[in-house]
Design a protein around this ligand. Structure first.
Ligand SMILES: [Zn+2]
Ligand SMILES: [Zn+2]
Length: 366
């Protein structure tokens, strides 16, 4: 049996190819992919060629179980599931310190459509290996594959929020209101936190207010720091959801003594930056980072998304069929300012579209 898959053949080179449907072994699952989110970490690998080809990327995956390996209990053919490509061992030094993203087991990718395992969501079928089965979540009847695919990005945001020491009524700056920033704004405001949002795009500032921000500020303003301070004299923390050095510097200045500045978007190693060490030492401000997801939060994340307290569907602005994966990647990579007509938030590859429906699917919300 063969299937269609979008294979990474080198920097900015994605090709629609025919591959064998992955063979599964005892204790594994074969899943027919329905939806796969386009994630910024994949974009980086595709544009900069940070990992050797060939690979099939895509790790924010939902689909239907097509085959259950011998001896595996608890799963049935036809069940709709969301997949989790990284699951920590829960036993090593890092796991005991809850630093799951540093666990060697966690770093192994357990889902593949062929070649070196890399998620495989940009293919018709994926093989799910035993060590990531604890991360499989069943999608309730009333929820969509898109919501299933959004569990992973929501998880990364909730994990980061839990790294902040916050009390109800505290104030937090969220710099950047792309899909990730908006999820921070929503999750923080659901927890009774007052959010100050910044972005360069007016459309996103408007969205930030709809997603729960108290106030939204134009990030290009020369008086940004003063403007934020006038409305939020005591910021308890700042989340930097945009890869900007200035945003970090401003945030370190803006948070109150003992405040925390959390870096979420600085995902390239070797990035230089200046921080006032005095504010870390004398004012006890923490500079912290958060990367990837926390497997132990999966149930809480599922409740948040499937109850629609965080309506992840609203973040998806573009859904494209599998053969247009390269276009999906291009749309997701483009800063919204470039595609002047319409801002893109979350872009997904959706294989549930057929024929003429696919053409209509380009933009699914205004
Ligand atoms: Zn992701
Ligand atoms: Zn571990």
């Amino acid at each position: 049996m063969t299937m269609r898959a979008v294979v990474y053949r080198g920097p900015d080179d994605l090709r629609l190819e025919t591959l064998p449907v992955p063979e599964i072994r005892a204790g594994e699952l074969l899943v027919k992919v329905a939806v796969c989110g386009v994630c910024p970490t994949d974009l980086k690998k595709i544009h900069y060629g940070t990992v050797p080809p060939p690979r099939v990327f895509g790790h924010e995956t939902s689909g239907t179980i097509a085959k259950v390996g011998a001896g595996l209990r608890g799963f049935r053919v036809g069940e709709r599931v969301a997949l989790h490509h990284h699951v920590p061992c829960l036993r090593c030094h890092y796991c005991r310190h809850k630093a799951f993203a540093q666990c060697a087991g966690y770093k192994r990718t357990g889902i593949t459509a062929g070649f070196e395992p890399a998620g495989g969501g940009y293919a018709e079928y994926v093989r799910v290996m035993p060590f990531v089965l604890p991360g499989v979540v069943k999608i309730p009847a009333g929820n969509s594959f898109i919501e299933g695919a959004m569990l992973e990005p929501v998880n990364t945001v909730l994990k980061a929020v839990k790294r902040l020491r916050l009390l109800r009524g505290d104030s937090v700056l969220v710099a950047g209101q792309g899909p990730i920033g908006l999820m921070f704004t929503k999750i923080l405001s659901l927890r009774g936190i007052h959010v100050a949002a910044t972005d360069l795009l007016e459309s996103r500032l408007k969205l930030a207010l709809e997603w729960g921000a108290r106030k939204a500020f134009q990030a290009s303003s020369k008086r940004l720091v003063d403007e934020i301070r006038a409305s939020f004299p005591c910021l308890d923390a700042a989340v930097i959801a945009v890869p900007s050095e200035a945003a970090v510097t401003q945030a370190v200045e803006l948070v109150r003594g003992s405040g925390q500045v959390l870096l979420f978007a600085h995902t390239r190693k070797g990035e230089p930056g200046a921080v006032d060490f005095g504010s870390v030492c004398l004012e006890e401000k923490d500079l912290i980072g958060s990367y990837s997801s926390d497997f132990t939060l999966q149930e809480e994340v599922s409740r948040l998304v499937f109850s629609r307290r965080l309506d992840a569907r609203k973040l998806v602005t573009h859904a494209l069929p599998l053969e247009q994966t390269a276009t999906a990647v291009a749309i997701a990579s483009q800063p919204a300012t470039v595609s002047a007509k319409a801002d893109s938030l979350k872009v997904v590859v959706d294989q549930t579209f057929r024929g003429s429906e696919a053409a209509k699917s380009m933009r699914i919300s205004a």
